[in-house]
Design a protein around this ligand. Sequence first.
Ligand code: M6R
Length: 365
Amino acid sequence: DKGEYRHYMLKEIYEQPKVIKATMEGRITATRVLEQALGTDAENLLENVRHVQIIACGTSYHAGMVARYWIEDLAGVPCSVEVASEFRYRKHVIQPDTLFLCISQSGETADTLAALRQAKKAGFRAALAICNVPGSSLVRESDLVIMTQAGPEIGVASTKAFTTQLTALLIFTLALARHNGLNAEREADIVKAIHLLPGQVSDVLALDGEIEEMSKAFMDKNHSLFLGRGSQYPVAMEGALKLKEISYIHAEAYPAGELKHGPLALVDSEMPVVTVAPNNDLVEKLKSNLEEVRARGGELFVFADKAADVKPEEGLHVMQIPSVHEITAPIVYTVPLQLLSYHVAVLKGTDVDQPRNLAKSVTVE
Ligand code: M6R
């Protein structure tokens, strides 16, 4: 039931504070990840993990890409991420003591399941699933499971599944990092930031009206570019996927540093550029990328930390996002991009919840 909402997608976007909270509940205290957060066998299995191989498709793949930044940063464990349809059809080397991590909202995605089954033959330490559907094939076939508590996701465009996947992945990363020298102080700092997420996501939802206003600029465009750096690069990819999926506008995501290596040639007044720019040490670099776009007549839409000091100017639209912890920022910055694509799609009159040519669950290749 959509309740007061016009579309399931909007309802699911607005449910995020609640379902993020449900996903952290019972897994963290005020300052640390609980030992039993990943189930009783987990501590044993995590002990000697030397490598993490993440496999997923679509939005779930983007969650995996964010997790790679966290896993290498906080746990210092090498992490590879690959889309399931590529992984399953190539010869690959599984390193010793690999944790094989599949991410899937439905737990029934054909390519993801095939990749897991194939990897089982090659051997790995353990299979961990991050999944939203209890009793799904993925859950049944994995050694460890972290359920996201997103509740049923009806809209084909994945929203709340993604942010709860990220929440679960961050909790998992902390558990793994504890076996790899993460100190209690750093853990407490991040766990406190996780507790702030429901409130921060609500603060971003309050910007909905402004984002709706912004969406008008995209309505008559055929192309767009999404930029991000570091762990916000996958957020840019997710923003681009949402826009193409429901508004049918061609959207491409690039790591901001790649701009000069090709895509800058495309930028003109018909090519809006969306950038996610939290206030971390990459923001200065990002500012120079912004100048390059503006110098070519491109119109820029920047989602930036209030503290990052990005000032609106001619051709530069700034949406100020409340200051958030650098580690949890990808979760918060995803939300305005979901709202942006939602409003563009509504303006264009597309079928938001059932975009053409797509199915909610891709159970055949
Ligand atoms: O159920 P899964 O998470 O395995 O699904 C993976 C993709 O099919 C899915 O995320 C798809 O990309 C969404 N429609 C994106 O919004």
